[in-house]
Ligand binder design. Structure first.
Ligand code: SF4
Length: 269
């Protein structure tokens, strides 16, 4: 098997002891670079495929974090070395490694090498993805992914393109194929008042999901503004200023709507 141990990729963080990115205790590897530009993205430093700088214009961190390089080129071997340090915790908790981003599928060879190494070492793998990639790439990686966390932001492609920069036909097609393939999938829907929380859009998403197979759960992710400061540090416009975070009552109401399709639904990741 060609593991291409020497091949490398760009990541912007490795988070240890993550508990919201799949089952058990996990290490989450954040790939840098995403073909989407979602207005609400709380990790804007994940979007650019190149190294970049955080600059704190207000000196808010007392000099501690005023200038920081975001991103690092690492080899497969270097990333795996970090991941395997916590194997004992994965085994005890039913956890493993989660590949997130950014969009991991935008660095397919790097991702595939890591997935294969995890499989050989019996480490459970989760792929957190927007699904925006080719069918060939999905076909190449799917057998090495134990669980997909698959974003579904809209059913309507025009709205998807307006708020993320790309249409969603390929995303929906890839999801249908994965579901038919027998892959385990949790669908993650960001709930953004004024953007995708209207009944028409949510009903279309619900109907689409109800026709899929192998869906293990639906996570409803309330929009929040905690990433706002990062936009300032990257000198990027923050487009979500006038949008509100959903209330607990709004989220419960939306949960009720999805409860009716007999798939476990939860609020949060
Ligand atoms: S798909 Fe995820 S990482 Fe990419 S821009 Fe959207 S929210 Fe950010």
């Amino acid at each position: 098997m060609d593991l291409r141990i020497g091949n490398s990729g760009i990541i912007f963080d490795i988070k240890k002891f993550a508990v919201h990115d799949g089952p058990g205790i996990r290490t989450t590897v954040f790939f840098k670079g995403c073909p989407l530009t979602c207005w609400w993205c709380h990790n804007p430093e994940s979007q650019n495929f190149k190294l970049e700088q955080f600059i704190n214009p207000k000196n808010e961190d007392n000099g501690r974090d005023n200038f920081k390089i975001i991103g690092k080129n690492l080899t497969v071997k270097e990333v795996f070395k970090e991941v395997e340090k916590d194997i004992i915790f994965y085994d005890e908790s039913g956890g493993g490694v989660t590949f997130s981003g950014g969009e991991p599928l935008s660095q397919p060879e790097f991702l595939l090498s890591l997935l294969k190494l995890c499989r050989i070492n019996k480490i459970h793998t989760v792929l957190d993805t927007s699904g925006y990639t080719t069918e060939d790439i999905i076909n190449n990686i799917k057998e090495y992914v134990d669980l997909f966390l698959y974003d579904l932001k809209f059913h309507d492609s025009e709205k998807h393109e307006k708020f993320t920069g790309v249409p969603n036909q390929q995303i929906l097609n890839n999801l249908i194929k994965l579901s038919e393939n027998g892959s385990k999938i949790i669908i993650r829907i960001p709930i953004i008042p004024g953007i995708n929380d209207d009944s028409d859009e949510l009903n279309k998403i619900r109907y689409f999901i109800s026709n899929l197979k192998n869906i293990q759960g639906i996570d409803l992710l309330p929009f929040h503004k905690i990433g706002k400061n990062k936009y300032i540090k990257l000198n990027l416009p923050y487009l979500m200023e006038d949008f509100n975070e959903p209330s607990h009552e709004q989220m419960e109401k939306i949960k009720l709507k999805f409860d009716s399709i007999n798939i476990p639904v939860k609020i949060g990741g």
